[in-house]
Design a protein. Sequence first.
Length: 267
Amino acid sequence: MIGPAPAKINLALVVGPVREDGKHEVLTVFQRVSLCDRIQVEPAQSTTIRGFPDDTLVRRALDALDGSRGWHVTIDKRIPIAAGLGGGSSDAATALRLASAQLAEPIGADRLHWLASTIGADVPFFLADGPQLGSGDGTDLEPLDLPQDFAVLLVVPRGAPKTSTADVYAAFDARAGAEGFEDRAAALHSALHAVRRPRDLAELPANDLASSPLAERLLKLGAFRADISGAGPTVYGLFHNRAVARAALRELRGAGRGWVVVPAWYG
């Protein structure tokens, strides 16, 4: 079986204090986009993964599903690695979904969600349809009714360091970034409640973890919202139409790798 593993952006990311389990409290708006890896999963004697030798999450996901079975997996990798776009998490979720569908008794949705949550905080989102509000450690999901009629420009800045997510959170803690979390979370809820048109997404609070001067350039080039996705370094801009987004991409050709994509509802 073959399926798409789409990327995501965080339309908002509010981060709070460290929880008892060692993870941070978060409130985030997940939005799937049309930049995709492709995953093929077939039953086999033992698990082998081709196409992306650095994979760890897909193997962990399949072992969690049923460690006594083997799978032959091929990953056609198109989402940039360690870029804040959730490519590894999406690959793992798609592999889980495809493998489960080939079992004599497929795993139920609740059990699949739980398995996904043991692999990574973003993984359960990729099993859900449409935009979602993630809370707790990011695995508690609530469907959101958000406009989907806009274009998205993704830019991975040239020369941007691939700082680990753990290091980004450590820097957040070092600057006492969690202070005021409840107020920022309330502002996010309020802004979401007021969203009617794509432009209303501009009122969502900025990413708590990171910022980039490239976001300001995107706004000057016609984006109505621009921010970093996840722990970065990818910067996204939301545009009312693809033509303006493509023109912005041409202007930023020297700044890094870029893609013009659209929101995607499901994998």
